[in-house]
Design a protein around this ligand. Structure first.
Ligand code: GLU
Length: 477
C-alpha cells in the first residue's frame, strides 16, 4: 500500500513554527517513500476558524515549498479537504455508532456535568462520565430531540487497556480508566476533533500520522474510535516538542513563533526548513546543512529524537548564513541590493565592485540586511577611535605608516585615481616593509589601523581596493 500522510492545521491563527516542522516531516516522509502528502483543513471550530488564517497558513506553507498533492485547492479522490464541508460524512458515521450502541445521545448539561465532576473529585471518586444517559433508548432520545431538547453524541469508552507501537516513542500503553465516555458530535451537529480526525484519516486512507507529542492523549480516544469501526489505525509517530531555552514548550515568550514573521525578517525558506528538520531528526552523516530534497534517500522515521528539541535562534541564524554563503555571486548581489536602502553609495559602484564587496562580507553575515553596515563603513570618512585603535596609534612605527600612506594616496587622488588595485596595495606594504623597516603585526595592524580606523576586520587587501581613495585620504588627515 502506498504511503499517504497529511498535515491537518486548524485555521485559527498563523502557521506556528512547530506546525511547520510537523508539515515538513510529513512532506519529506511522503516524498522519501514515493507517497502522497495531503493538506486537510480542520475548521470545525467555527468560532475560531477563519478564511484569513487558512490563507495565511497556505501562503506560509507555499513559501516553505511544502507543496501538497491533495488539498482544498487541489482536489483529489478523497475530497473535500475542509472538514466544514464534510459534516454529512461525520453524521453518517456517528449514526452508525448509535445504531451499533457504541455511542449514545447524552442530554446532560454542561453545568450538571461540571457539578458531578467537582463532587466526584472532592470525594476522591472516579470523575469521568457517570453513565446517566446510558439508559435512554435511541427512540426516546429522538423524541426528546424532536421536542427541542439538545443532545450530544457521546462515545462509550471501552473499559480496557490500549497498547500501540509509536514509531518515535516505542510501545505505549494507556491503562484502563484513563478516560470516560467522551463527546464525538456536539449538539449543533458539528464533530469533535478526535472523531472527525479519525473519520478523515480512515476515509482518506492515511497510512502514517506524524505529529507532535502533545497529541499523544488524543491517540487513546482515536484508537477507541478506530476499533469501534473495525478500522486499522495508521502508524503513529509522535515527535518531540519544541521548547525554549528554559525547556518550556515553545511560545511567544521565547520569541517569534509565526513562520510569516521569519519570512518578513529575512530568513530563507531553505534555511528555516533545514533548521526545523534538525529539531527532532538527525542526519545519519551528522551533517547540519541540507535541503529537504537532499535527504530523501536517508529520511526515515527511525532517526526521530525522543527528547524535546530546544529552539535556538542563534543556531537558526547561523544556518541562514550558511545558505547565504552558498549563493552564487550574481544572486548574492541581487539579494544584498534589495536589502540596502535606496540612494546608498553601493548603487553607484560598478558590478565588479558590488560582487567583490558582497563576496568579502558574506563570511560575516547571516542575513542580507547584515551587509549594509559593512558596505556603508567603506564610505565613512570619520570613524571614532576605540581602545584597540588607540593602542595601534600609540606604537612608535604607526605615524611613519600614516605619513607614507597619506602622501602616496594623496598623489593618487590628485592624479584622478579613484580606487587602489591589489598591486598598489602590494607596493604600499613592500615599501613600508623594505624602506620603513616595519614588519609583522606593526606592519599589518598599523596599515589596517590607519586605513580603516579599525583594529580588526575583513581581508585588508580587498578592503583597500573597495574603499574610495578619497575616503582614505580623509581618514589619513
Ligand atoms: N488540527 C489538529 C491540530 O492542528 C491536528 C492534529 C493532528 O495532527 O491530528 O493540532
Amino acid at each position: 500500500m502506498s504511503v499517504r500522510v497529511r498535515f491537518a492545521p486548524s485555521p485559527t491563527g498563523y502557521l506556528h513554527i512547530g506546525g511547520a516542522r510537523t508539515a515538513l516531516y510529513n512532506y519529506i516522509f511522503s516524498k522519501a517513500m514515493g507517497g502522497t502528502y495531503v493538506l486537510r483543513i480542520e475548521d470545525t471550530d467555527v468560532a475560531r476558524s477563519t478564511k484569513e488564517s487558512e490563507e495565511m497558513v497556505l501562503k506560509d506553507l507555499q513559501w516553505l515549498g511544502i507543496d501538497h498533492d491533495e488539498g482544498p485547492d487541489k482536489p483529489g479522490k478523497f475530497g473535500p479537504y475542509r472538514q466544514s464541508e464534510r459534516t454529512e460524512l461525520y453524521q453518517k458515521f456517528a449514526d452508525q455508532l448509535i445504531d451499533s450502541e457504541k455511542a449514545f445521545y447524552c442530554f446532560c448539561s454542561q453545568e450538571e456535568l461540571e457539578a458531578k465532576k467537582a463532587k466526584a473529585e472532592a470525594e476522591n471518586a472516579d470523575p469521568t462520565y457517570d453513565g446517566t444517559c446510558h439508559s435512554i433508548s435511541t427512540e426516546e432520545a429522538k423524541k426528546r430531540m424532536a421536542n427541542g431538547e439538545e443532545a450530544v453524541i457521546r462515545f462509550k469508552a471501552p473499559k480496557k487497556d490500549y497498547t500501540f507501537v509509536d514509531k518515535v516513542r516505542g510501545e505505549i500503553t494507556f491503562p484502563n480508566g484513563m478516560i470516560g465516555d467522551f463527546v464525538v458530535m456536539r449538539s449543533n451537529g458539528l464533530p469533535v476533533y478526535n472523531f472527525c480526525c479519525v473519520i478523515d484519516d480512515w476515509q482518506m486512507e492515511i497510512t502514517h500520522v506524524i505529529r507532535a507529542e502533545d497529541h499523544l492523549p488524543n491517540t487513546l480516544r482515536q484508537l477507541m474510535i478506530y476499533e469501534a469501526f473495525d478500522a486499522t489505525p495508521p502508524v503513529f509517530g509522535h515527535v518531540s516538542l519544541l521548547v525554549g531555552h528554559d525547556r518550556k514548550k515553545l511560545s511567544k515568550r521565547h520569541g517569534t513563533t509565526a513562520v510569516g514573521l521569519y519570512r518578513e525578517d529575512g530568513y530563507l525558506a531553505d534555511a528555516l526548513n533545514n533548521y526545523l528538520c534538525l529539531l527532532g531528526w538527525s542526519h545519519p552523516d551528522e551533517t547540519d546543512i541540507f535541503t529537504p530534497s537532499e535527504i530523501l534517500s536517508v529520511f526515515d522515521m527511525n532517526r526521530f529524537n525522543k527528547s524535546a528539541a530546544t529552539f535556538d535562534m542563534a543556531k537558526l541564524g547561523w544556518v541562514n548564513g550558511e545558505y547565504i554563503r552558498k549563493f552564487d555571486t550574481d544572486a548574492l548581489v541581487a539579494a544584498v541590493s534589495s536589502a540596502i536602502p535606496e540612494g546608498a553609495l553601493f548603487f553607484d559602484q560598478t558590478p565588479e565592485w558590488k560582487a567583490k564587496a558582497c563576496e568579502l562580507y558574506k563570511e560575516k553575515c547571516n542575513f542580507f540586511k547584515d551587509f549594509n553596515p559593512f558596505i556603508d563603513s567603506l564610505f565613512l570618512e570619520s570613524i571614532a577611535a576605540d581602545e584597540a585603535l588607540e593602542d595601534i596609534f600609540s606604537w612608535e612605527s604607526t605615524p611613519a605608516i600614516k605619513d607614507y600612506l597619506a602622501g602616496k594616496i594623496g598623489e593618487m587622488v590628485d592624479s584622478g585615481i579613484e580606487y587602489a588595485t591589489e598591486e598598489h596595495f602590494g607596493e604600499w606594504s613592500t615599501h613600508i616593509k623594505k624602506e620603513l623597516k616595519i614588519k609583522g603585526k606593526f606592519l599589518f595592524m598599523g596599515m589596517r589601523g590607519v586605513l580603516t580606523r579599525q583594529a580588526h576586520g575583513s581581508d585588508l587587501k580587498t578592503t583597500a581596493t573597495l574603499t574610495p581613495l578619497k575616503v582614505f585620504s580623509a581618514r589619513l588627515r
